[in-house]
Every structure is written in structure tokens, then in C-alpha cells.
Design a protein around this ligand. Sequence first.
Ligand SMILES: Nc1ncnc2c1ncn2[C@@H]1O[C@H](COP(=O)(O)OP(=O)(O)OP(=O)(O)O)[C@@H](O)[C@H]1O
Ligand SMILES: [Mg+2]
Length: 451
Amino acid sequence: MVSPVKKDSILVVDDAPDTLELLQRNLESRGYQVLTAPHVMEAIEILKTTAIDLVVTDLKMPGASGMDLIRHVRENFRDIEVMMITGYPTIETAVKAVKFGAEEYLSKPFTDTELFSAVEKVFEKVHGRRMTRPAWHRSQTSPYGLIGESEAMQNVFSAIAKAASTSATTLITGESGTGKELVARAIHYNSPRNSAPFVPVNCGAIPGELLESELFGHIKGAFTGATETRAGFFQTADGGTIFLDEISETSLSMQVKLLRVLQDKEVYMVGSTRPRKVDIRILASTNKDLVHLVKKGLFREDLFFRLNVITIEIPPLRERGKDIFLLTQYFATQFAEELGKPKLRFSENALSVLKNYHWPGNVRELENVVQRLVVMTEGDLIEVPDLPSLMRFSALQKTGLHRTLAEVEAEYIRNVLASVEGNKTRAAEILGIDRKTLREKLNKKLKVTPS
Ligand SMILES: Nc1ncnc2c1ncn2[C@@H]1O[C@H](COP(=O)(O)OP(=O)(O)OP(=O)(O)O)[C@@H](O)[C@H]1O
Ligand SMILES: [Mg+2]
């Protein structure tokens, strides 16, 4: 008996009814299952309820654009591919589309053959990947694209769900690299505003004197060089969400202006005395202790209270227990796939170093470490000496004065061995003992596992 083959499903999004119909007819004739949506909002609704393999979207549409849809898909569905169609081909749009995660790019007008070959190319990749992708990859990916099963992260997930169901201003706190931006995006894309833009603004990266006009826009002639009226991020994000990243980096005078937006829901463009209404949800993030900054007079207390309607505290990676392993597996699979290399395995000892390391750069640091390992490692087994030396040392350092001399000695020997990549002759030299003594220490009471 032949088992039924699941048809690949395609969602076509275009505001022109003729194009929609044509694409649907053509693609169905090739055996694909085709759904259509006349705008991004409807496409997002369909994606919520229907399993789609490929989204084919027009770029320019009234309301949210194809680019917004690509972003939505990339952030919420790891297994859906996107193909962009546009009548206005420019290098910039092509580059941007691909950067946001479009797999293919097709410019109008195109022939049927061009369409089919582009679609087939995408599906070849999809099928190739399905063959190699382990089952856990799908099952353990949370709906927010955030990996984590620890209790600490479960709390974050329920906080995201709560924040997404309201429009309340939300403050996201956490050390550097803990996933603050991912959480902000998860809130927006799961909120009723998800078909309007999500606009992240890195307040720390924009010079103070520029920030105001970047945020609120300016009118022509407002300052030297303001040759035309330009909208700011608040206008761009109208109807959607603005994410004020590193909010602690704003000046006190900027804070007064932000407070006014929060209170009155209106902005003044630089050079204008006329307020303009905006419908914006504000998310803010910081890796600093705002309460402390308030006490020191560096952050306005009134703004702090306004921002802090809902607070989501993201735990540091070192407090997430076995999530460290899940994330390691996840990144190892991802980078191996990307680079076409074998999936890495980790020895028990290597895993224990990862677990005990204090991860000051959190998930971003782990991501970078795993990426480097995938690139640099010849074989597929990672052992302690393969790990960055900084990590091996600090992971093995226990603080406190509760250890026996034997434990301290064992740890020191382990560190020295790790620093010379397991070379016992070199280790013995550094320790000022002969190889035989070292071997004895390794063999019996110290239980030092050479790496
Ligand atoms: N739980 C998670 N699952 C998968 N990837 C994650 C998770 N948390 C963070 N990441 C990844 O780690 C990196 C850092 O995340 P993000 O930029 O959101 O952190 P951040 O807190 O905003 O950092 P910073 O304080 O440096 O701005 C990103 O590449 C993100 O995709
Ligand atoms: Mg960030």
C-alpha cells in the first residue's frame, strides 16, 4: 500500500486579486495545496491555525508590508520558508528581504517557469532539512522561539502571555544577552498589535542629540540639515509597538519627553509645537538596576513607575539549570545545519564545565561559544580542552572557604591539566612534581578526571 504523501502547502499573500488567483491556479496545477490572503493581517491569522510550509508574499501592500510578514514568520515559525515577490526590484529590498529571512526573491513580471523553479528550489531545501533535523528540534521549540524548560523560564513564558494580552507598558530586565529583545518581540507578535510594526530603538547606540528627532521626527527647517519633514520611530510604529532598548542610557531631559508621551499618548516633532496623537505600546528594557539609578538621581522616578506597569525579569543563564544543555544542543544543531558540519557531541566533563561556568554574557555568549566550536572543531566530540580556557578556569572555581585541602589540590591539578590541554608532562612540570606522583594523584584519592 502506498502511504499518502502530505502535500506541501503554500500561503500566497498579495493585495491584487488577479495575481492571487493566477498564483493559486498555477501552483495548484503543480500539486501544491494553496491558500491565499489579500493582506498581511489575514495571512497572520491563517498562520495561527494552519500548517504552512512556504509563504509567498508581495512586498508592497497597503498596511503592513511583505517585509513585516517575513519578520513575523521568522520570529514565530522556524520551519516556514518565505519567498518575496516584488514589482519594484532594488538591490536594497532584495538584500533586506534576504537578511530578514526570505529564502528566495522573485521580481515581477516573472514567467510560470521562473515561479515553479523558485518554489521548487525552496522545497528542495525544506525537504533536505527535514531529513536531517532531529525530532527534538521541533518539539522543544517553544511557541515564542525561546528555548527553555526550567521553572525560571516557565515564569517568563507566562509573563509574556500576560503582557501580550494587554497594551500595558512593560519593563523587561535581565543581564546582557539573556534574551530581552527576543522577549520583547514575543510580546509584540503575540499581541493584538502583531500586524502593525515592531520597532526596536537602541537608546544606547543613538547619540543623545539625535535621539529626539529619531524618536519623534522633525519638521523641515527644525535644525541645520533638516531639509525636509521626517517621521520618527513613534510615527513608524503607530498602531504597533516600540521597544526602547537600554532605556537607562537616555538623558534626564529625554526622560521628561518620554514621560510626556506615556502620559498624553502624543508626540511633538522636533521644531513643531503641535502635538500629534500616536497609538503606541511601549516596551522598555534595561540591564541596569533602575531602582539604584533612581536613588542616585540618574533616572527619573516618575518615568520608572510609568514604565514598570508590568515587569518581566529574565533570569541569568547560570540559574536555568538544564536549559544550558537544551540551548547547547539547539545551537549545535542550528550551526551544524547552517555550516553543513556533523552535529557536535559533548563529553560529560565538557557538559559539566558548561553547567558550572558563570556565563556573564548569558545566552549570547553560549551561542557564540557553540558557533566557534562548530566552526573550529575537526571531529564531532567536544571535550574539556576544546572549550575556551577562560571558561574552563572560572567554571572550576568554587568560592567560599568550605573546601578541604584535597579538594583544593584536586581542583588546582584539574585547572593546570586543562590549561595544558591534558598534557601530563607539562602539568607535572608546572606543579613541580614528577609524572609518577601526578599519575598517582590522578589515579587514587583525588578522583581528578584528566580531560
Ligand atoms: N531562550 C532562548 N532561546 C533561544 N535563543 C535565545 C534565547 N535567549 C536568547 N537567545 C539568543 O541569544 C542572543 C541574545 O538575545 P537578545 O539579543 O534578545 O538578548 P538581550 O538581553 O537583548 O541582550 P543585550 O543586553 O546584550 O542587548 C540572540 O541571538 C537570541 O536569539
Ligand atoms: Mg538587547
